[in-house]
Design a protein around this ligand. Structure first.
Ligand SMILES: [Zn+2]
Length: 268
């Protein structure tokens, strides 16, 4: 299966992805979202904030605009690159997503489920990729919102990054010779440090270049010295060719197209 030979049969299906900041979608599971979209699924992204507290790789990118505005545009560009059909951007405070506006974000996720009737929902796992409290907050809100549908809930999937993967990316991109060995200021070893094991993986080797292209749409977040900007295509395909998921413990009664795309976790 590759991008030139799309898998048929996913039209009429919708997947809702819920993340915290512009760029989470591309980093966490950009390959899976692009593969779903190519297969005909409608992919909807709910982003809880505009990422206004993020770093800025190059001040000239802001011109006279504020970061929230610029990152909103970057997110729309990344969404186009991945084939995401609808982007719902909420205005909750970046940096305070775990505690601020709890009922509002819960309601927005519930409303998105009612409106789009997704047959699967994707969000962060308990570890928030690297214990980012905004990510943990979005995980909690999404879990409770999906759970509120009881047995009618769509299946919920947690995406994780395995421990060691981002360190391998840094090494492949040049290791200690790199000007920047961190990801958005986060140490490579923090990713996956507290992740529970995945239960299935999705092969996105043919979509890795789209994932990297989507990440690079987030220009304020990814300057030329970023490890993802330095890694070559072959290495990227090898290291980022699988995205890792675990089904959440909800009462939902059906399997989604996400599991149909999945395969067992390879034995290391
Ligand atoms: Zn984030």
């Amino acid at each position: 299966m590759d991008a030139a030979h799309p898998e048929p049969g996913f039209s009429g299906h919708t997947i809702l992805a819920v993340f915290a900041h512009p760029d989470d979608e591309s980093l966490a599971c950009g390959g899976t979202l692009a593969r779903l979209a190519d297969a005909g699924a409608r992919v909807v992204l709910l982003c809880a904030s505009r990422g206004e507290k993020g770093s800025v790789s190059d001040e000239s990118l802001l011109a006279s605009r504020d970061l929230a505005r610029v990152r909103t545009d970057e997110l729309r560009e990344a969404a186009r690159t991945l084939g995401i059909a609808d982007v719902l951007i909420c205005d909750h405070p970046d940096g305070d997503l775990r505690w601020a506006d709890v009922p509002q974000l819960h309601d927005e996720i519930v409303e998105a489920i009612v409106r789009y009737q997704p047959d699967g929902v994707i969000t962060f796992a308990e570890d928030g990729l690297y214990w980012h409290l905004d990510h943990v907050g979005v995980h909690e809100r999404t879990y409770t919102a999906v759970r509120s549908f009881g047995a009618d809930a769509p299946p919920l999937y947690y995406v994780t990054i395995p421990k060691g993967l981002m360190r391998d990316v840094v090494e492949a991109a040049g290791g200690s010779a790199l000007k920047d060995t961190k990801f958005w200021g986060i140490d490579a070893d923090a990713f996956g440090e507290a992740a529970k094991p995945p239960t299935f993986v999705i092969d996105v080797r043919a979509w890795v270049s789209r994932k990297l292209a989507a990440l690079s749409c987030h220009k304020t977040q990814m300057g030329p010295s970023h490890p993802f900007a330095r890694i070559d295509n072959d290495q990227a395909q090898e290291l980022l060719g699988l995205e890792h998921f675990r089904r959440a413990p909800t009462e939902s009664r059906w399997n989604s197209i996400i599991e149909r795309m999945g395969q067992p976790v390879p034995i290391a």
